[in-house]
Design a protein around this ligand. Sequence first.
Ligand code: MIG
Length: 775
Amino acid sequence: MLEDTSFAIRPIDQLDEKEVWQPLGDVQKIEGKKQIFAFTCENASGKIHFYRDDIVRITIDPFAQKYASVSPAVVAAPEKVTMHVQEVENGWELKTNALTVVIERRPFRITVYDREGKVLVRDVEPVRFQAKGRMRCAHALAPTDVVYGLGEKTGVLNKRGAVWKMWNTDVYAPHNLETDPLYQSHPYMMVLKDGHAHGVFFDHTYETTFDLRHESFYTFTSEGGALDYYVFAGPHPKDVLGQYTHLVGRMPLPPKWALGYHQSRYSYETEQEVRELIDTFRKKHIPLDAVYLDIHYMDEYRVFTFDQNRFPHPKSLVQYASEQGVRIVPIVDPGVKVDAEYDTYRDGVQKDYFCKYADGTLFKGDVWPGTSVFPDFLKKKVRKWWGEQHAFYTSIGIEGIWNDMNEPSVFNETKTMDDQVVHDGWKTHRQVHNIYGMMMTEATYNGLKKQLKGKRPFVLTRAGFSGIHRYAAVWTGDNRSFWEHLELSLPMCLNLGLSAVAFCGADVGGFAHDAHGGLLVRWTQVGAFFPYFRNHCAIGFARQEPWAFGETYEQMVKRYIELRYEWLPHLYTLCFEAYQTGVPMMRPLMLEYPDDAETWNISDQFMVGNEVMIAPVMRPHTFHRLVYFPKGRWIDYWTKEKFEGGRRYIVEAPLDRLPIFVKEGAMIARAEAKQSTSIADEQLTLYVYTMEEGISSYTLYDDDGTTFAYEKGEYVNMHIRATFSDDAVHFEIEREGAYKPPWQLHVVFVGDVPSTIVVNGERCIIDEATNTFVL
Ligand code: MIG
C-alpha cells in the first residue's frame, strides 16, 4: 500500500519567492471567553472558536482586518460547547468531547487532535505572511494519508501528488491533469488517515493553492485574506460530510423532474426543432424530462429575450413540452449586452447595478453578446433585481434555469474580469472572483423560488464555491467525447460529492469532439447512475441524441434511460439522505468501507447509496473488466451470480451491460420505466436480495416531488427492517410522515424465497401467480 510516496519534496522556504515570508512571532497573550479563545502574537492576532464539539474554526490575522472575509460559504452559527481548558507547559490545551486544540507559545504552533489523541492538523512550519496580503501554512500529512475533496478537479480520486489551485476558470481546452483550475472553487479537503477521516475547510475567497506533492505535509497558500480555516473531527467520512454540511448547508430537494433524463445541445436552434425533438422521444418511447435551450434561443444573445424568428411562440412551446411531460430549461449567462435600446442594460445602468472600476467607469468585456457589462452580484439588491428578471421565463411556465459563463468567463487575456474591478462598494474582483458565480446562482434560485409560488426551482451552474449546492446542481463543464473523459467524470463527480455537491454530473456523450455509438452507450450507462443525467453536445460536432448512431445503439441507450426511471425511487430516497445528512448519492467505495485500504484509491467504481455498486466499462471494444468487491456477499444485478467480497473478479460486460452489483440482504425500491417523472407511480417494487442470516434495513422516501411541503412533514418515510433466519423473514415496517403516496409497495424476493414471511408480526401469504405480496 506504500506505493507512490516519493513526492517531490521541497523545503517550504524555497517555494517561490521574491517577497519575504514573515513569521507571526511568539504568542504573547491568550484570553478565553467560553468557547472563543483570542490570542496575540508579535505580528498577528487570532482566534480559536469552537462551533461545535466536533468543529473548530481557527483564524490568524496579521493584516488587522484589512482583508475581512466576504465568504458566503458558512451558514451555521456556533452552538454552545462545553470546554475543558488548561495551561500546559508551553501553551494551552482547549478540549471538547471530540477535539483538542493545543496552542504552543514558542514558536507559535497549533495542533488539533481527535478524541483518541490522533493528530488531525499540525503546523509543521510557522504560519507566515507577506505584507501584500498573502498567507501560507503547512500542515502535517502522513505518507499514507489520502486526500479527497477539493471540489471539481481533474485526476484520480486521491488528490495527493499534485498542486491544486482555486480560481474559477472557463477551460475549453481538453481537461487533463494539467488543467487546473477549472470552473469551481472548493478549498476543502477530506483526509483519510488509517481509515479515520477528518476535514479541513479553508474559507478563503481569494485565489488559493493546495500543494499536495509532499510526503509529510501539505501547504495551503492564499493570495489574500487572514488565514481562516475549520477542522472537522470525523472520524467516519460520513461524519465529516455531516460536519462540513452542518457548516455550509445542505442541498434542498430538487424537483423530481430534475432527476429524469435531460437532453441538450448547443443549440436546438428553433422552436420547430425543439418540438420535433420532443416528438421523436415520444414516438420512440424514450423517457425525457427536460430539453435545454442554449444561447441561440436569444435575440443576439441578450439574456431575458427570445429571438423573434427562431422562437416566435415560446409560451406555446413551453406549454407543448409540458403536455409531453417535458420542461424547457433556458441558459442564462451573466454578460449583459451593451445596447442602449436593450431594457436589461438600460435598467441596470440606470440603477447602477453593473460592475465598475474604482474610478466609476463600467467594466466591459466581450462575451457571446459582444461587448457586455456584468451585474454586481455581490450586492444584495442586484441579486434581487436579477432574480426578478426571471419572471420573463417563469411567467411562461419555465421552472429551471441553466447558469453558464459565471466564473465569470470573459473573452480576453485573463479570461475573466479585471482584478481591479470593485464590487459592492470596495471589494476587489481579486477578492470575490471565486464567489461571483455562486452569488449569481443564489440570485437565480431565490428569484425562481419566489416566482414559482411553492414549486421547487431547478438551477444548473458551471461556476461555484463551497456551499453552491444550496442553490444549484453542478455539471463539470466542457468535456470531450473521449473515453478518457468518461473515465475522468467518476473521480471528478465523486470528489464533488465529498465536497458536499451531491447533485452533479458530466455531459453524457461528451460535449466537444464527435461521439460514436459505443461511447454513447457506455456513457449513458454511467450517466444513468450519476446524480445529474444530461446528454449535451457542442455546436459543430456529431449529433448525439439517443438515436444518432442507429438502431442497435439506440435500443441500448434507451434501455439505460429507462433503467434510470426504474431506479428513480431509490435515487430520490438518496436525495433525501443528502438533504438530511450531506452524504451524496454517488459515493466512492471508501465512503462505505473506510477501513478497507483497498477502496481508498478506487476511481473507476462507485456506490449508489450504501448497497449498490457500479463498475462501468470505460474503454473501447472492451467487454469485461476487473472489479473489486468490498467485504460481504454481492449479487450481480443482471445474472444473479454471487461474488464473495474482499477480493477481485473479472466480470463480463457486453456492450449492453453495465456491471451493477447489489449487496446481499439489500432492499431497494424500484419503479416501472415511464416516459417522464410527471407520470405518477401506481406501484413500486421493493426488491429484497435475500440472505440466509442477518438483519438489513432500508428507508424508502417519497413526497409530492414538486413542492416544499416536505419541509413541513408532507412526506413518507417507510422504514423497513428485515430479519432473515431459518428460512424465514420478519419485516418490521413503520411509516413516518403525513404524505399519502399514490403507489402500493410490492415485494419481490431476489434469491431464495423464505418459506415463512412475517410482516409486523403477522404471517403473510405470497401471491402464487405473481410471486409477490403487498406491504
Ligand atoms: O463558450 O453556451 O460549458 O455547455 O453549451 C461556450 C454555449 C459557452 C459553455 C458551456 C456549454 C455551452 C456553451 N458554453
